[in-house]
Design a protein around this ligand. Structure first.
Ligand SMILES: *Cc1c(COP(=O)(O)O)cnc(C)c1O
Length: 404
């Protein structure tokens, strides 16, 4: 076993060697521009791009022509929300999303609010789930878009997308799904789930960074989008710019591998997560699992360790790559807004770690991480007067702290 260990697969993933292999020729001998119509270099590149669209389409059950390539899920989220807001301005200005969405959605929604849109941020329950009846209740005659993620990047919770899709369809409202953490890990079917627009990204599924896509429904209904980028009219006019052919080839291959191996991989990673979870729960008291116990990604374990600072824990575990309860705002020490939205207090939110288990983790690594987490938490708690007081039966809430 080699150190350091990477167990932060929600932040990014290494490129699978099989993906890298098919990409390499497109950096050198097959360097054509997919938009060059007049020669074989262009045709060769275009053929590779077409194959990639087919590989993606098979994974999510759509028409290959419905894929728009972007630089990643951040761009896809921006294009979906801003593109719909601008194009459907005559119809309305109301968007529904949720408080636990990724910043790429929340910050885009904030921007649109500044420009006059109205946004409803739905709450989640203590398990992190959105209730479809609350989505339905939030719809007004001005609602143009619902945007709900498939799987959460911090707590792995999987939302009831098909139910929300059905409601959107009934009400004639477009439905966008940020499926970046779900595509390739759980079955996705844009038809069965009633999805009209869907964001995804290669680097979360063992493809390269800087390439992703947006599924845009072509019929029933035909979704129209205002472009964010003006130029050569690539990607049905929705996203101008020369295609990143090597990246696109990698994204396609990453999808093909996920499609073939999803079932066995999910089973294997689920076993690994449960093993890690069992070990931690058996060896430590006052630990709490965040997010719904079953409606979650096999790959995700998010745990709060009471009386321990997540940051100190990470420092004690510096040979293991993990995230603390402030995953996407690591620059500031704000507790994670996702954990806070579940009703978790700021102390426990600060005490949490996110384990993102992935394709290249081994059983040996799981055992090592479990052992090191337990010994580090025990060591930090041994130094914690709060933990000692709690163990002595002192109700910490009743303690009068003196201020100096
Ligand atoms: C990583 C991630 C994004 C951003 O994707 P990039 O391709 O890195 O821009 C958006 N949404 C979710 C849920 C993510 O996990």
């Amino acid at each position: 076993m080699k150190l350091p260990i990477f167990m932060d697969y929600h932040s990014t993933t290494p490129v699978d060697p099989r993906v890298l292999e098919v990409m390499l020729p497109y950096f050198s001998e097959k360097f054509g521009n997919a938009a060059s119509r007049n020669h074989s270099f262009g045709w060769e590149a275009e053929k590779a791009v077409t194959l990639s669209r087919e590989q993606i389409a098979r994974l999510i059950n759509c028409d290959p022509k419905e894929i728009i390539f972007t630089s990643g899920a951040t761009e896809s989220d921006n294009l979906a929300l801003k593109g719909v807001a601008e194009m459907y301005r005559q119809k309305g200005n109301h968007i529904i999303t949720a408080v636990t969405e990724h910043k790429a959605i929340l910050d885009t929604a904030k921007r649109l609010e500044k420009e006059g849109a109205e946004v409803t941020y739905l709450p989640v329950d203590k398990d992190g789930l959105i209730h479809p009846d609350e989505v339905e209740a939030a719809i007004t005659d001005k609602t143009i878009l619902i945007s709900i993620m498939l799987a959460n990047n911090e707590i792995g919770v999987i939302q009831p997308i098909a139910e929300i899709g059905r409601i959107a369809k009934e009400k004639g409202v477009l439905f966008h799904c940020d499926a970046t953490q779900g595509v390739g890990k759980v079955p996705v079917d844009v038809q069965a789930m009633g999805i009209d627009l869907m964001s995804f990204s290669a680097h979360k599924i063992y493809g390269p960074k800087g390439i992703g896509g947006l599924y845009v429904r072509k019929k029933n209904p035909r979704v129209r989008l205002a472009a964010m980028m003006d130029g050569g009219g690539h990607e049905r006019g929705m996203r101008s710019g020369t295609l990143n052919v090597p990246g696109i080839v990698g994204l396609g291959m990453a999808c093909e591998i996920c499609e073939k191996e999803m079932e066995t991989e999910t089973k294997r990673l689920n076993e690994m997560r449960l093993k890690l979870q069992r070990h931690i729960l058996k060896e430590l008291d006052e630990v709490y699992i965040n997010g719904h116990p079953e409606k979650r990604l096999a790959q995700n374990l998010n745990i709060s360790f009471a009386y321990v600072e997540g940051e100190s824990l990470l420092m004690g575990l510096n040979e293991i790559a993990l995230s603390s309860g402030s995953a996407c705002t690591t620059a500031t020490l704000e507790p994670s807004y996702v954990l806070r939205a579940l009703g978790i207090g700021s102390d426990l939110a600060h005490s949490s770690l996110r384990f993102g288990i992935g394709r290249f983790n081994t059983d040996e690594e799981i055992d090592y991480v479990g052992k090191r987490v337990v010994e580090t938490v025990k060591r930090l708690r041994d130094m914690s007067p709060l933990y000692e007081m709690a163990k002595e039966g002192i109700d910490l809430k009743s303690v009068q702290w003196t201020q100096h």
